[in-house]
Write a protein that binds this ligand. Structure first.
Ligand code: SF4
Length: 264
């Protein structure tokens, strides 16, 4: 046989602690797979196979430094076999430097992301979404592995149909009438901040443009509320200082009056 696919775990270390992670049982050991052992494994593979597909897995494969990968990619290059690379990642540690390295080495990137249930099962949804954005900016269109379990199996239809429009309607309903009435502004400010957090936590990002559009709308509304609150605060401040001056004048007048009476 001239081709083999093989999965390598250079580490058991991970920066997340997902609810269902089997690594928990064994601990998230930071020790790296010994480079010499890995090179011997590459030797063995290249002696027997012409096409070799290596998948970097973990733990979280991106807790391992780029130097480690540089060294082993160079070693693979020195062999006669043709190597292809992929990495499976939770996406939260992606940086422009890492993406650039994978781009340069034609490494495929797969994400682990649980969609609408991500925050429940894995948390760090916002960081994963930022990772996806970065990949898309660099012309990656990553697929994702989703863990299906009894908590999310019923939601699979919602996963597909949920869209940013649901959020836009929700914002419009929640921010009802933003008038100059103080109470409403305070309420609206609390609501918009709750919504912001909710949006970051739960939004499923099939379309990042939609995500951006909706999130910008929330920020815009928040900006309007803050501006209006500032206006009201200034009016209140002015009123208070006028009240204080009026009170002082009144006290002075009363004092003068009583002095006048005494003189008479
Ligand atoms: S990202 Fe993977 S390795 Fe890390 S905690 Fe979650 S399931 Fe476990």
């Amino acid at each position: 046989m001239s081709q083999i696919n093989t999965l390598i775990k250079p580490t058991h270390n991970c920066n997340l602690r997902c609810n269902y992670c089997f690594h928990e049982k064994y601990g998230y050991e930071k020790k790296l797979l010994d480079m010499n052992k890995l090179k011997k494994y590459i030797d063995l593979l290249s002696e027997n196979y012409k096409y070799i597909n290596l998948v970097w897995h973990g733990g979280e494969a991106l807790t391992v430094s780029l130097d480690y990968y540089e060294e082993i990619y160079n070693y693979c290059d020195s062999k006669n076999s043709k190597f292809m690379f992929s990495v499976q990642t939770n996406g939260t540690l992606l940086t422009p430097k890492i993406v650039n390295f994978f781009n340069r080495t034609n490494t495929n990137i797969g994400l682990s992301f649980d969609g609408l249930n991500n925050e429940l099962m894995r948390r760090h949804t916002y960081e994963t979404l930022e990772g996806i954005k970065l990949l898309q900016k660099n012309n990656y269109n990553p697929g994702a592995i989703i863990v299906i379990n009894q908590n999310n199996v019923k939601n699979l239809i919602n996963e597909v149909t949920y869209s940013a429009n649901d959020y836009i309607n929700e914002i419009d309903n929640k921010i009802y009438s933003i008038t100059n009435v103080e109470d409403n502004l305070d309420k609206a400010y609390i609501e918009v901040n709750k919504l912001k957090e909710e949006f970051k936590r739960n939004f499923l990002c099939y379309n990042l443009d939609e995500y951006d559009k909706s999130y910008k709308k929330i920020l815009l509304i928040e900006g309007c509320i803050i501006k209006n609150k500032e206006k009201i605060d200034n009016i209140k401040k002015n009123l208070n200082s006028t009240k204080k001056t009026n009170k002082e004048i009144l006290t002075r007048v009363k004092k003068l009056n009583s002095q006048k009476k005494t003189l008479q």
